[in-house]
Design a protein around this ligand. Structure first.
Ligand code: TRP
Length: 336
């Protein structure tokens, strides 16, 4: 197996929603089909332990996310799709990297600093109150995810850019101390992939509780779309598409021509009720087939496991010998 041309992880928390689809799943599904690239996609379930202590929730979320990616067309035969926890070499590499990582580097991590700031604002005497070593060293686990497969490119959201800088730092430190084994990965932030607005007009995000889940029932999908916030303009009045959440969602799915035609209808005045109904019908048609596939998969979690285990097997064709090389390099094993 080849090292990763491209690798990205999906934290298994929450239920996949339309914003995830447009921002992360759709571009990944596209590139998973590229025969010229070796792409790795994995469920970052060890990362999910950091924030959530509920085993049932974690299992459910991993199941839903894996099912969603498969149902939406991830080419899991062509790419390598696996679960982080099925690759025991990753936690082992995490420890090795931990031992070359400056504590000061981790002190500067945004997520850790935000938690400290929260404690300070709350007037807590201990600035580290409630902060686990898992949260503190999260970036090292992420570095191990990436370096384990010597990934060249890592597509992520803007909030992950610092973690990629840290990964490069850690890799360079290892290369300097021992031997040049690691490629310094490049971060790829796809500015063109759409950021979707949610029910209240803010960015669609589970932390705002304003999401439209991808695979709710048709009835529920309609209900949520009907709830999207609009203004009080009357049915015949011209409306501004550029500030409209309904339009933004439509645009994220529609072709350029369809988008232009819809813009025209806004200018002429389209009733909110009509637009909502049309948006529902449009999105529902796109999701109908994947929804069916998703429901089948959720009822047959063994099939998902099989796909993930096959992915892990492919991934370990790279990680097992590479970790062996890393161990030799640092003088662990091979006493003979
Ligand atoms: N931390 C990433 C996120 O929250 C998920 C992730 C874990 C990841 N390991 C990774 C992304 C490795 C890219 C590469 O989005």
């Amino acid at each position: 197996m080849k090292n990763a041309d491209s690798l990205t992880g999906i934290t298994t928390s929450g239920t996949p929603h339309l914003g995830n689809y447009v921002g992360a799943i759709r571009p990944a599904v596209e590139s998973s089909k590229n025969k010229a690239l070796t792409s790795y996609y994995f469920l970052a379930d060890y990362h999910s332990i950091i924030k959530n202590n509920d085993p049932k929730l974690r299992r459910q979320s991993a199941l839903e996310i894996a099912a969603a990616w498969i149902a939406l067309g991830l080419d899991y035969e062509n790419c390598i799709f696996y679960r982080q926890s099925d690759i025991p070499e990753i936690p082992e590499l995490t420890w090795i990297l931990t031992c070359v990582t400056a504590k000061g580097l981790m002190n500067r991590a945004h997520a850790y600093k935000a938690s400290v700031a929260e404690n300070e604002e709350a007037g807590n005497k201990d600035p580290d109150k409630g902060i686990t070593m898992g949260l503190f060293s999260y970036p090292i686990l992420m570095a191990a995810d990436i370096l384990m497969f010597n990934a060249r490119k890592v597509p992520v959201g803007k909030d992950q850019v610092q973690h990629l800088e840290m990964t490069r730092d850690i890799a360079a430190r290892f290369n300097h101390i021992y031997k040049k084994l690691f490629i310094l990965p490049e971060v790829v932030v796809d500015e063109s992939s759409a950021v979707l607005s949610g029910l209240d007009g803010r960015k669609m995000s589970k932390s705002y509780n304003n999401t439209i889940p991808l695979f709710d029932t048709q009835k529920q999908l309609r209900k949520l779309i009907m709830k999207i916030k609009t203004n009080s303009l009357g049915p015949d009045e011209p409306k501004d598409p550029s500030t409209c959440t309904l339009f933004a969602i439509y645009k994220a799915f529609a072709s350029e021509d369809q988008t232009k035609a819809m813009e025209e209808r806004y200018n002429q005045g389209i009733a909110w009720g009509t637009m909502k109904q049309e948006l529902f019908e449009y999105i529902n048609e796109i999701l109908e087939e994947p929804r069916q596939k998703y429901n089948e998969l959720i009822q047959n979690p063994g099939d998902i496991d099989t796909i993930l285990m096959q992915g892990a097997q492919k991934a370990r064709e790279f990680s097992v010998p590479f970790l062996e090389k890393i161990r030799k390099t640092i003088g662990i094993r091979s006493l003979g």
